[in-house]
Design a binder for this molecule. Structure first.
Ligand SMILES: [Zn+2]
Ligand SMILES: [Zn+2]
Length: 269
């Protein structure tokens, strides 16, 4: 039984607000309604131990994709008085550009990735434009370089990263997508990343349109709920609601503290 409790922070580094529900939910009847998206990385901290979950993307990628960032990861982490060289452990939930785009900014880190994700991102599916779209070749090369320099550890489906922190493969949105379970003062929390972009995806079982395996996505909805003590402690990957129901941390306006639990209730969907 784990005794270590972790602080958990969501750091927002980008947003995209020219979207509609068509972009967020398969077969949605209100497809023209505006639907905003936030982009986060997450920090787990317990004493001197720090684990970063995902790395976001940088200014170069932002320019290439026409998707500007609000701040670099270095700037985001500075709000927690953390410098990139203090980061010794980075869990990569999956290799999409917005989650694995800055591996080079963490020279001291060991990376944790599910082998299905590496196989998928370097395999025959990447010959298809549609499947390759959320990936960037240079990011995948960085992950391969980390592997060849002994800095990448492959996870299994129930992998212990530290006391009170495990990863769990769900697949669905990407072949080797893994989520993070972490023990907090509010109970077990599940950082779902893109296993559920929004609370609404998993609570109403409406899949996000970027999907490799719909069956895995639905079973992933079950997994993330089973890993968390209550629904609010499943943290979706891109939902602006996170910043509305959890308390702000500090004055930056882009950091929220998650481990004490939400201060507001989720809306009814
Ligand atoms: Zn993704
Ligand atoms: Zn994403």
């Amino acid at each position: 039984m784990s005794e270590t409790l972790w602080e958990v922070y969501a750091l927002k580094y980008s947003e995209r607000n020219s979207r509609t529900r068509f972009d967020s939910f398969l077969f949605d009847p209100h497809h023209n309604v505006a639907h905003d998206m936030d982009y986060f990385v997450w920090v787990l901290r317990s004493g001197d131990e720090i684990i970063l979950v995902d790395t976001g993307y940088d200014a170069g990628e932002a320019k290439q994709r026409g998707r500007p960032i609000l701040r670099s990861q270095t700037e985001a982490l500075a709000a927690l008085s953390i410098t990139p060289d203090q980061i010794k452990h980075v869990i990569i939930t999956h290799l999409h550009y917005d989650h694995a785009g800055c591996l080079h900014e963490f020279p001291e880190a060991r990376f944790y990735l599910h082998p299905d994700e590496m196989a998928y991102a370097t395999g025959p599916c990447m010959c298809e434009d549609v499947l390759r779209m959320p990936f960037t070749g240079a990011h995948i090369c960085e992950a391969v370089s980390a592997l060849y320099s002994g800095r990448l550890e492959f996870t299994n489906s129930d992998h212990k990263i530290a006391d009170g922190v495990t990863t769990h493969r769900t697949g669905g949105h990407s072949r080797g997508l893994q989520v993070v379970r972490v023990k907090t003062g509010a109970g077990w929390m599940c950082l779902a990343s893109d296993a559920s972009h929004y609370y609404e995806n998993y609570l109403t079982r409406r899949p996000f349109p970027i999907v490799v395996d719909l069956q895995d996505m639905f079973s992933g909805f079950d997994t993330i709920q089973a890993l968390a003590s209550k629904p609010e402690l499943v943290i979706p990957g891109h939902d602006p609601l996170v910043g509305q129901i959890f308390p702000a941390y500090g004055r930056s306006g882009f950091v929220w503290r998650l481990d004490a639990g939400p201060e507001k209730a989720l809306p009814q969907f």
